[in-house]
Design a protein around this ligand. Structure first.
Ligand code: TRP
Ligand code: ZN
Length: 869
């Protein structure tokens, strides 16, 4: 018996009602076969709502084989299949429901539920994938104990894993074997996982604060056996950090991580059995870049931290998603800051926030950190829920300070361990634990849009006082016309004109203001001499800062601010200003005056902190320049940015050459060496744009050939491949030959070929889709082509609309295989209103056309509908 899929209905946050039944225990028996896996499920059910007579279970694409209640086969009149649901009529107070279904892992290209890829069985159940495995109450507030028995042929599936502890295993005569896993912690079904296949296991251990020994096990493909060290080390560091900073210990005897090339997102925190995109597991110096190494450290930590923020304390409903994701991102960010350079880490976070989240807030897809409604919850795993959610936690952390914040989280875990709760419960625990009123912060969760913070100030020479006025205003977003003020913590310091810190009257070097209303005035001082303020240090709130004193202050702060974020931001602002002026009046030439001074100052201290210097000297991305413009001038941006690169290349040509030579060093993998590589490759980037580009090309060729690590090899290759005046085909062919056995590196090879701003890039994209190594089934590979295509703004936004049409055509195909990935890739269209009339019309036409496709998924359908408005 086959069911019809659930219709695309709108789910509203206000419609929440508690589950009518509890599931005390689940027994799953799974017989793994690529084509036709059987799942036998026993649910121990108990009625909670006395008015409920029928039991309604969720299911999707299940082939029902049999149903029984308390051991008796159910007659046909006792149940019915409704769209997306199974109704069982007139059930007793408490009973055992047994269902048997058949599912098809090999045909599961959506990679949600149980799927079969690269000869391995895997599951992905968040958010609503469990209903593609069996009939269930698929919602996060139903917590049950799981006992799972996996059966498979021993030959092809020697390893069988699920959550918790392996309590029994055995062999059958027909060559099959089985393993039974019991998870002692009740959990929502989105945290269920099962894995079967062939793996190499890399093992290590961790001894907890209380002296328990935890076995750490990493399951990877045989060919990757030597690429496990970074992941295991990161896990140990994360475990130690969560004990030290949050007092949280791990709670099972084993911690398992499985790596796969076929995964929709980064990784998944299934209880005791994380499943990871191999991109965030595998690394060796020859195959992974410095950024890859850091990505592994941060994602391993993120999933580990979920064990407490997400798993032990879970969500009441999916609208609360940021309760686990915002808090866990904040935790992984702070972990990375402690493991690496705090200043550089913060700059990277803000770059990402602005690029992804501010853009989202300014698009047709703007939504609050806690949305009010959705059609497809998968579409809400967004930068707003994750990154802006983390910023909201960070603001409270800033106000409370380390100790009071910790008192708040201690109370949160103490009160809510084992529960499914809302964002209110977290805020209340933080407020009670710290004794501070945080009620205003709920508005950050309910209101979409990026607040504008205006800072106007002046120094009064007579009194020696500095007067500061802060004002806030949030622009309207779709469905939210009126906005109210939000609490904005503003970290603030003053400098004298010689660059020294001007202490505040109480002697402190920095203070935190809290702007709670639309506007407020502050008076500081008296100061002995004129002062320059440094506002919003460390980016203490996720706002767009407008300052009236701009240029002079930026020039000063870009050289003197001792807050690395604000120093970097001032320099970026100077670059933006020079670029925007040039884009507006290209005939006037490029004014690099104050930028040059800041560059010279940074170059003079370059060796002290190469990683930070590289941040300071990196040009704003094309995307960030576009964000500053009312109407995004794609071609003007590219031309102006290249002109600035060329001007700085020539003005500082000796510095670039000197840095390139001095920073050469044999490979090491510590922070200092990584920073040096970064700065050296930036020097190469400038050198390739200046008057001596040909000499630089030979440096790059040599670097590609002789590099003893992937960071340098790839940096050289990318610079050459993106250079429209250089024929990189021979190097690209060499690279392919060398690395064809490494999927993650071949992903890079695909992307590298789409970065050129040149007419043939369009054709290159088409050719790559026909390449034998291309696969529509592997999201990493699809993103390597389509994702890279969409960030090449000049090609994607080609004036004739060819980029949009090509892209939409590919999404049309992808949507039939993997709706989640198609929907995510489609979000680039949501910013259509920022372009000129012709491009607007073409982007909308591409979306309309896509919307008219056969079997449009709920995922893609919702994104298109909201984007079109
Ligand atoms: N919860 C996961 C995380 O943040 C991400 C996640 C949500 C996910 N849905 C997914 C991963 C679907 C893979 C597929 O770490
Ligand atoms: Zn997460």
């Amino acid at each position: 018996m086959r069911m019809t899929p659930a219709p695309a209905v709108v789910v509203h946050r206000q419609d929440y009602s508690a589950p009518a039944f509890a599931i005390d225990e689940v027994k799953l028996e799974i017989f793994l076969r690529p084509q036709g896996t059987e799942v036998h499920t026993q649910l121990m059910l108990r009625r909670l709502d006395r008015a409920a007579r029928d039991l309604l279970l969720d299911g999707d694409a299940l082939e029902l084989l049999s149903l029984s209640v308390d051991g008796e086969v159910l007659p046909a009149e006792r149940y019915s299949l409704e769209p997306g649901q199974l109704r069982i009529r007139e059930v007793p107070e408490s009973f055992v429901l047994e269902s048997r279904v058949r599912i098809h892992p090999q045909a599961n290209t959506a990679l949600s539920g149980l799927y079969y890829a690269d000869e391995v069985f895997l599951t992905q159940c968040e958010a609503e994938g469990f209903r593609r495995i069996t009939w269930y109450l698929d919602r996060p507030d139903v917590l049950a104990r799981f006992v799972v028995t996996l059966n498979a042929p021993k030959q092809s599936c020697p390893i069988l894993l699920s959550n918790g502890n392996c309590v029994a295993s055995g062999e059958e005569e027909n060559g099959w074997h089985w393993a039974r896993w019991e998870d002692p912690f009740p959990k929502p079904c989105y945290l269920f996982a099962a894995v079967g296949g062939h793996f190499h296991v890399a093992k290590d251990r961790f001894v907890t604060l209380s002296g328990r020994e935890i076995g750490l096990e990493l399951y990877v493909a045989e060919r990757d056996r030597d690429a496990c060290e970074q992941a295991l080390q990161s896990l140990q560091k994360a475990m130690a950090w969560d004990e030290k900073v949050y007092g949280r210990e791990y709670d099972l005897d084993r911690y398992l991580i499985v790596a796969t090339d076929s995964f929709n997102m980064g990784a998944m925190e299934n209880k005791g059995l994380n499943i990871f995109n191999s991109k965030y597991v595998l690394a060796s110096p020859e195959t992974a870049t410095d950024i890859d190494y850091q990505g592994i450290e941060s994602v391993i930590a993120h999933e580990y931290f979920h064990n407490w923020t997400g798993n032990r304390v879970t969500l009441r409903d999916w609208f609360q998603l940021s309760l686990k994701e915002g808090l866990t991102v904040f935790r992984d960010q702070e972990f990375s800051a402690d493991m690496n350079s705090r200043g550089v880490q913060r700059i990277a976070e803000v770059r990402r926030l602005r690029a992804a989240q501010f853009a989202e807030d300014a698009s047709a897809l703007a939504h609050p950190v806690r949305p009010d409604s959705y059609k497809e919850i998968n579409n809400f795993y967004t930068a707003t829920v994750y990154e802006k959610g983390a910023e909201v936690i960070r603001m409270m952390h800033t106000l409370l300070g380390v100790d009071e914040f910790r008192a708040g989280t201690d109370l949160y875990f103490q009160r809510h361990d084992g529960q499914a709760v809302r964002i209110e419960e977290l805020l209340d625990a933080l407020a009670t634990g710290s004794g501070r009123d945080l009620s205003g912060f709920l508005r950050w969760y309910s209101q979409a849009g990026t607040p504008r913070l205006k800072a106007e100030g002046h120094f009064d020479a007579q009194s020696g006082r500095y007067l500061l006025r802060l004002q806030q205003q949030t622009p309207a977003t779709p469905g939210q016309e009126q906005k109210l003020p939000v609490p904005i913590p503003v970290r603030l310091a003053f400098f004298y004109e010689d660059g020294s810190v001007a202490a505040l009257p109480a002697g402190e070097e920095e203070t935190i203001l809290l702007l709670e209303n639309t506007a407020n005035d502050w008076v500081f001082g008296p100061f002995a001499r004129p002062v320059v303020p440094s506002v919003l240090r460390g980016f203490s709130a996720p706002v767009l800062l407008e300052r009236t004193d701009a240029q002079a202050a930026d020039t000063f702060l870009a050289q003197h601010d001792n807050d690395s974020f604000n120093r970097w931001d001032s320099l970026q602002r100077l670059a933006h200003k020079a670029l925007l002026a040039h884009i507006e009046k290209p005939t006037q030439g490029l004014d690099t005056g104050s930028l040059s001074a800041a560059y010279a100052a940074a170059l003079a201290q370059a060796r002290q902190d190469p990683a930070f210097t590289a941040e300071l000297l990196s040009l704003p991305t094309e995307d960030s320049i576009g964000q500053q413009m009312e109407c995004i001038d794609v071609d003007g941006i590219h031309t102006a940015r290249e002109a600035l690169r060329c001007a700085l290349a020539n003005e500082f040509s000796e510095d670039w050459q000197r840095l390139y030579e001095e920073l050469a060093a044999p490979y090491r993998r510590d922070g200092e060496a990584m920073g040096a590589r970064r700065l050296r490759n930036l020097a190469l980037h400038y050198a390739l744009a200046g008057g001596r580009a040909e000499a630089a090309q030979t440096w790059a060729e040599r670097q590609y050939r002789d590099a003893d690590n992937m960071t340098d090899r790839l940096a050289a290759l990318q610079l050459l491949a993106f250079d429209p005046h250089y024929d990189a085909q021979p190097l690209l062919a060499d690279f392919y030959k060398r690395w064809q056995q490494h999927p993650l590196i071949i992903d890079r090879w695909f992307s590298l070929q789409l970065g050129r701003v040149a007419p043939e890039t369009m054709q290159r994209a088409k050719d790559l889709l026909q390449h034998p190594a291309f696969s529509w089934r592997v999201p990493n590979r699809v993103r390597a082509v389509l994702g890279a295509f969409a960030v090449n703004l000049s090609i994607f936004h080609a004036r004739d609309g060819s980029g949009y049409r090509f892209y939409a055509q590919q999404l049309r195909h992808l949507d039939d295989l993997n709706p989640q990935t198609a929907a995510r890739l489609a979000t680039v269209f949501s910013r259509w209103s920022r372009y000129d009339a012709q491009r607007q019309q073409q982007m909308r036409a591409a979306m309309e056309d896509l919307r008219s496709k056969d079997k449009l998924s709920r995922d893609l359908g919702e994104i298109l509908e909201r984007s079109l408005g």
